[in-house]
Design a binder for this molecule. Structure first.
Ligand code: SF4
Length: 481
């Protein structure tokens, strides 16, 4: 029998089945460079927070089985960080505990975000609940989160802001306490709680093995279904598209998707031809990659700032033959946004449409324009030439194998099955960002940097090539109409 930790308990609150699966260790392990970066950065932020409490005792690595004794009862100990403890069936970890008086402690939760989230109070309330089981009172509960005003090189006291959540935590911890025995009974049971469909299933990591297991064409395959619509459909017992009542209110695109599923057909709108014809030659296909780290990588940048790091650009003729391929990757030791803006102006010429997939490139170019006023006019002209291919697909074309999505990773295998990302060393945007971050943090040697840059260029080039192929596919369809 293991102890119930915060993740199992919070998952139990959202779904008893998910909580049970978490307790039994059935959840898929988080992998990938993106996840590694997150773990590393969170650890670093925690370590930095310790500098605010120079006299604290580091309890890292210890697991205390009677938290009311030992460190807590030692009159010389005023502050403890990384305090892991077990009470009854529950285990928890307090980021920082500071003695207030003989009867109570202040609890600090260190968070890497720069905005309040409900989840933070849940996390602290769980710790306060387990402490209360050992008779330890939390008289103040504070979130330490990151300040947007911090810049690299500033004193660490300017990195953190405090948010007093005592009242919220007191209430929530009481609520948790009142259900903790029941939660234990369910989570420790041999029998899995019976799953039932709820809106949280949509993003559940166990969906494919649970509610989605035998469901063919689930309602979650309808594009952009609102939370309200999901709840109404669940209440009506409609878990698959064929069960959605005829008179149920859906958007035009949802009706189209439903019809495609029911009739096993593909939808092509009347407008597709016009929209495709509005894309002007020569065609440019542009894709950016970016990195967002919790702690700034370079001077003058705030925590959580998104920085452009590379782009791929293909110029083609009308039949998709690549006339020129341009690519750029930043020097990882400095902020290269200015150079990116200048290269874009140099490579993109003055005529022809610039095809992107989604709106990220347009928004990023506007941001560059506001950052570099002397380049503003030229960058705004570039932004005006952008055509969002994803928007064209989303409005005008639906294939049941899109499963309600329009991202390039869903659309490409449905339209161009011979093309994929699976043979690439880096095949996800999140991993591309993390790989760049590791280089910028000085964690890779020269050889690894060279390999990584090569892999990043290949990944970004695949995105632009995918756009070329999808665009050509749509041109072909329109030529038959
Ligand atoms: S798919 Fe739904 S019912 Fe199953 S574990 Fe996830 S949230 Fe719970």
């Amino acid at each position: 029998m293991g102890y119930i930790n915060k993740i199992a308990f919070i998952n139990y609150l959202n779904c008893p089945t998910l909580g049970w699966m978490t307790k039994k260790g059935m959840l898929p392990k988080l992998t990938g460079l993106n996840n590694e970066l997150l773990i590393l950065e969170n650890k670093n932020v925690h370590k930095m927070s310790w500098q605010l409490f120079p006299d604290a005792v580091n309890a890292r690595g210890l697991k205390v089985f009677d938290p009311s004794k030992g460190l807590i009862s030692n009159p010389n100990v005023k502050t403890i960080y990384e305090f892991s403890f077990v009470v009854g069936n529950y285990s928890a970890r307090a980021d920082i505990l500071q003695k207030f008086d003989n009867n109570s402690w202040h609890l600090f939760k260190v968070k890497s975000g720069s905005k309040y989230k409900v989840k933070y109070v849940q996390d602290m309330s769980f710790v306060a609940m387990v402490l209360s089981k050992a008779g330890i009172k939390v008289s103040k509960a504070v979130i330490l989160y990151l300040s947007n005003g911090y810049r690299l090189g500033m004193d660490i006291s300017q990195l953190f802001k405090e948010l007093d959540c005592t009242e919220k935590v007191e209430l929530k911890a009481q609520e948790f306490l009142s259900i903790s025995d029941k939660a234990f009974e369910v989570l420790e049971s041999e029998n899995m709680p019976r799953p039932y469909l709820k809106r949280g299933c949509k993003n559940c990591p166990m969906f494919d093995n649970c509610m989605g297991k035998n469901a063919k064409r689930h309602i979650f395959d309808l594009p952009r279904l609102s939370v309200l619509a999901i709840e109404e459909l669940i209440a009506l017992g409609a878990d698959t598209v064929d069960k959605v009542p005829e008179n149920f209110e859906l958007t035009e695109m949802q009706k189209i998707a439903r019809n495609c599923v029911l009739t096993d057909t593909t939808y092509v709108s009347e407008n597709l031809k016009t929209e495709i014809e509005n894309i002007k030659q020569p065609f440019y296909y542009l894709d950016f990659e970016s990195v967002t780290t919790i702690m700034p990588l370079y001077e003058g940048i705030a925590p959580h700032t998104q920085l452009l790091t590379q782009f791929s650009l293909d110029k083609t003729d009308g039949v998709g033959s690549i006339l020129n391929h341009y690519e750029y990757i930043a020097n990882h030791t400095k902020d290269c946004r200015r150079e990116i803006a200048e290269k874009l102006i140099e490579y993109l010429g003055e005529d022809g449409s610039i095809v992107t997939y989604a709106n990220f490139e347009r928004i990023s170019i506007f941001k560059l324009a506001s950052l570099f006023p002397d380049l503003c006019e030229k960058l705004n002209k570039i932004a005006d030439r952008i055509v969002d291919l994803e928007l064209i697909v989303r409005k005008n074309y639906y294939n049941v194998n899109f499963y309600g999505r329009s991202s390039i990773k869903k659309v490409l295998p449905a339209l161009i099955p011979e093309m994929s990302y699976k043979d690439l060393e880096i095949s996800e945007g999140g991993d591309a960002a993390a790989a760049f971050a590791f280089m910028a943090m000085g964690l890779y040697d020269e050889k690894k940097i060279e390999e990584t840059k090569e892999n990043l260029l290949k990944y970004c080039a695949q995105d632009t090539l995918a756009m070329v192929r999808i665009h050509q596919f749509l041109i072909r369809i329109c030529s038959h109409k």
